[in-house]
Design a protein around this ligand. Structure first.
Ligand SMILES: [Zn+2]
Length: 294
């Protein structure tokens, strides 16, 4: 019994010490705010334990319509680095950034230097080649804010780039047989993915996922699905499935998920889902849908 009490005491002591140590270190760590989950994921991959990453949009919330509240603004004011996509992804940034009082905050438009084929479409991270550029911008910001850990950041970046290259190769080779084919998607988020791998998207909604198609557009979609013999309609977890369900009923198509990785649910975060895992499951579902039409 004495032995167990001793072990418990040691365990408690070590946990307490670890907690103190963490808190002390965290005061020195760069505080990084991100405007939606994809950026939080990329920043976490590169930062490892050397920076604190705070994602502003709550889990399970679609980021296009999200705006910061008073508490978010107070948090943002403490940030060393703020990562945002730009290109119209975040409607709130101009006004919010102008009202901040912390003159030392560094704002990083992560899409800078990306390969832009459609300036009206902000979903550039659905092409892994662009994620590499985005991660380069995040790496520079972290190294500048915290030069002491720049080697660790660089090492994390390098290993993440290898994972992205592998992902890109898998998409290229496994989607190669379906070049020129169309997918029906819930909002117009997959232009960059389609552009990278030779597919076409037929969206039920625009780039911001907040409107409903007109009756004429619905009719057009029904005809498109029937005439192209499309067996699956892609929907998303964070936007309403109503339109997709109506279309599925009309056409006999089934629903499948295709995730634009704008945000994850609480459950997905706790089971460790990330960009790489979500993209591989996107690839599986794309193959399932595209194979069906053959
Ligand atoms: Zn979107």
């Amino acid at each position: 019994m004495k032995k167990y009490i001793f072990i418990l005491c040691m365990l408690f002591l070590s946990l307490t010490l670890a907690g103190c140590k963490d808190e002390e270190i965290s005061a020195d760590k760069p505080l990084v705010y991100t405007s939606f989950y994809a950026l939080c994921d990329f920043a976490s991959e590169i930062a490892g334990d050397n920076a604190q990453i705070v994602n502003m949009v709550p889990a399970g919330t679609e980021p296009h319509d999200w705006e910061p509240g008073v508490k978010d603004m107070a948090g943002l004011n403490e940030a060393d680095i703020v990562l945002y996509n730009g290109m119209g992804m975040e409607s709130w940034t101009d006004k919010a950034f102008a009202s901040l009082e912390n003159a030392d905050t560094v704002f990083v438009k992560v899409s800078d230097g990306a390969d832009i084929y459609d300036s009206a479409d902000p979903h550039i991270w659905l092409d892994p080649e662009n994620v590499k550029i985005m991660c380069g911008n995040i790496l520079s910001a972290l190294c500048e804010a915290d030069p002491e850990h720049s080697e660790a950041y660089k090492a994390n970046y390098d290993s993440y780039i290898s994972e992205l290259d592998e992902l890109d190769r898998a998409f290229s080779s496994e989607l190669a047989p379906y070049k020129g084919r169309s997918i029906v998607v819930s909002h117009s988020a997959f232009g960059y993915l389609c552009n990278a791998y030779g597919l076409k998207q037929e969206p039920l909604d625009g780039v911001s996922a907040d409107s409903e198609p007109s009756p004429d557009r619905m009719m057009e979609l029904v005809n498109f699905i029937k005439s192209n013999d499309i067996k699956y309609i892609f929907c998303e977890k964070l936007v309403s499935r109503k339109t997709a369900e109506t279309l599925a009923e009309e056409t006999g198509a089934e629903l499948l998920y295709l995730d634009p990785f704008e945000g994850l649910t609480e459950e997905e975060i706790s089971r460790g889902d990330n960009y790489i895992s979500v993209m591989y499951s996107n690839l599986e579902n794309l193959k399932k849908a595209l194979m069906q039409g053959e």
